[in-house]
Design a protein around this ligand. Structure first.
Ligand code: MN
Ligand code: MN
Length: 470
């Protein structure tokens, strides 16, 4: 009798293995990839530290690409198979591409990530003095929980265009010896009124002011603390107060990327969303020599504010580049787009047991279970989303499986819990098959977010597999 029972159980187990989907972690699927993943992420951490804003990330990526022989592309330039180009869109968005050896009318393999991240931008007239301190007023960029941006070290990144038309780059707060900026919060002892508020209103937008100085220029002049701040900026950058009006200065967390957890398998950093997909795009395209397919890595700006503007994914620059490549090769742009495929490479929310109620666990991305494929994003009844076709998901699924990529499917939380979007819909509307794929993130949009090194490495594997698939 026990023997028979064992046999029965075995048959059931076998059938289960055959029919039932079981999500497997990277540790089950790729037990030997720790060194490769950890080594890979050392480069990623450097990218994070050098690419906090879209300008920084563009410049750093272009430097990496130049070392691999990529040349600057100008609209209308001649191209031929094997050429490697980057198109620098105003220093804030970059398109890397390699012309493949096969007919480009077979389609381009496109990946699109974004390199802007939520932050605090300075207003046009930011500086004021109050209570013995100088502050700079900000207008937040992207979806932030405002209370998270108080009482943390902040650095200032960006550019200032001076009255004579010259532009100077600014980075203050990244060097260990640099001063920092700071947003004040009320002490708990006096927080009765704040505690009574809805958590989303605990800090309001006009309280996100950067503490920037406290020492007066002298004791005779009015607003001498503000004056002293302007003096220091003038000495260093040659700017005056009016120059803030033609500046783009962003306060970002001054923290560097660091390993999280004793086993060092996670990385904490500012801006994983979406540098964690941008970096794998770059490493993947830079690893290719003479690909068969034409491949394109897009690093887009403005995703966090809706992809508008000429550096966002809605820009015509995207189609203009494809049109001009096609014109140079005497190919039909419309056929090229119709046959092109895209991975919209953006992060997904990792399931967090501390906030289990926001997720539906069977359809959430689990940390260390590989990259997350989201057939659709959006909100409520799938509004405002690109919902990829089952056929296209099937094609991508096979590419990933054949290449040993660890991946899972995910939705952004429970139905009706909230929602979000990516650049996918702006690419698919150009008649290009597109699906969202990205790395799961813990505490997305917080000043310091967390991802898994294994998942990051699988994103690199995924993009390589996508670019080189037959
Ligand atoms: Mn994103
Ligand atoms: Mn985001």
């Amino acid at each position: 009798m026990p023997k028979k029972k064992e046999t029965e159980k075995k048959a059931g187990e076998l059938l289960k293995e055959k029919l039932v989907y079981k999500k497997k972690s990277v540790f089950e699927k790729c037990p030997d990839e720790e060194k490769a993943a950890f080594d890979y992420c050392e480069g990623y951490k450097k990218f994070l530290d050098n690419g906090k804003t879209e300008r920084d990330a563009s410049a750093y990526s272009i430097e990496l690409a130049k070392k691999k022989g990529f040349k600057e592309y100008k609209l209308g330039a001649k191209v031929k198979a094997g050429d490697k180009f980057y198109y620098n869109n105003r220093g804030k968005s970059v398109y890397f591409f390699i012309i493949g050896s096969e007919n480009i009318e077979n389609g381009i393999a496109i990946t699109a990530a974004h390199i802007d991240s939520p932050r605090l931008d300075l207003k046009a007239n930011p500086v004021y003095e109050a209570g013995g301190m100088a502050f700079m007023k900000t207008h937040y960029y992207g979806g932030i929980k405002k209370y998270q941006w108080t009482a943390i070290p902040l650095a200032l990144h960006g550019t200032v265009t001076l009255a004579d038309g010259k532009t100077v780059d600014v980075i203050i707060g990244e060097d260990e010896n640099d001063p920092l900026f700071y947003v004040n919060d009320i002490l708990p002892h006096l927080a009765k009124d704040q505690y009574a508020k809805h958590v989303g209103d605990a800090i309001d937008g006009e309280q996100l002011n950067l503490l920037s100085g406290s020492k007066p220029f002298d004791t005779e002049t009015s607003e001498a603390i503000k004056l002293n701040l302007l003096r220091l900026l003038n000495e260093k950058y040659g700017m005056t107060e009016v120059d803030f009006q033609s500046a783009e200065l962003c306060a970002v967390p001054a923290m560097k990327a660091r390993d999280v957890g004793l086993d060092r398998a996670l990385i904490g950093a500012y801006g994983h969303d979406d540098k964690v997909c941008a970096y794998p795009e770059i490493t993947a395209i830079l690893s290719l020599e003479n690909p068969k397919k034409t491949v394109m890595s897009i690093l887009a700006d403005k995703e966090e504010t809706g992809s508008d503007g000429n550096t966002g994914m809605k820009t015509s620059a995207f189609c203009d580049i494809i049109a001009d490549i096609c014109a140079s090769m005497k190919k039909n742009e419309r056929i090229v787009r119709a046959n092109s495929t895209c991975l919209s490479a953006d992060v997904s929310a990792a399931y967090d047991p501390n906030f289990a109620g926001a997720y539906e666990i069977n359809n959430s991305a689990i940390i260390n279970a590989g990259i997350a494929l989201c057939k659709y994003t959006g909100a409520r009844g799938k509004s405002s989303t690109n919902d990829a076709s089952g056929e296209y998901v099937g094609r991508i699924r096979k590419i990933f499986d054949d290449a040993g990529v660890v991946w899972q499917t995910a939705e952004l939380g429970k139905v009706d819990q909230g929602g979000g979007g990516t650049v996918a819909k702006y690419i698919s509307e150009k008649n290009i098959d597109t699906v969202d794929v990205g790395v799961p993130v813990i505490s997305m949009h917080a000043p310091y977010e967390v991802v898994s090194k294994f998942d990051v490495y699988n994103m690199h594997k995924a993009v390589v597999a996508f670019y080189t698939a037959e």
